[in-house]
Design a protein around this ligand. Sequence first.
Ligand SMILES: [Cu+2]
Length: 123
Amino acid sequence: MRRLVVPAAIALLGLAGTAQAHPKLLSASPAPNATVAKPASVALQFSEKLMPKFSGADLMMTGHAGTTHPPMKVAVATAVGADGRTLVLTPKSPLGAGRYSVAWHVVSTDTHRVAGNFAFAVK
Ligand SMILES: [Cu+2]
C-alpha cells in the first residue's frame, strides 16, 4: 500500500501549493554526459536561490584509463556563487582524466529540498 500512499500525498501537495517552486538544475558546467578538458571547477546553476548551509555536492571519480572502479570521493571546496543560485565545486587538486559523477542536494530559500546526480568525463 505504501506505493499508493506516496503519489497521493504528492498529488495533495500539488493541489495545496500554488507557489510551489522547487529548485531545478538548469545547467551545469561541465554539462551532464560531456567530455571536457580539465575543468577548474564544476558549476551547477539552479532555478531558485539556495540556502548555502544545506546545499552541497559530492564529486566522485568513478573510473579512469578505460576502467570503472568504486566511486572515490574527490576533495572539493563548495561555495554558492554571487547570484545565490549557482553551486560551485572547486577541486583541491586538478582533476585527472577519467569519469566523474556529481551527486548534488540543494535546499532553496523557500525550504524545498531537491537532489540529483549527473556524470561527466575529463579527457
Ligand atoms: Cu580513477
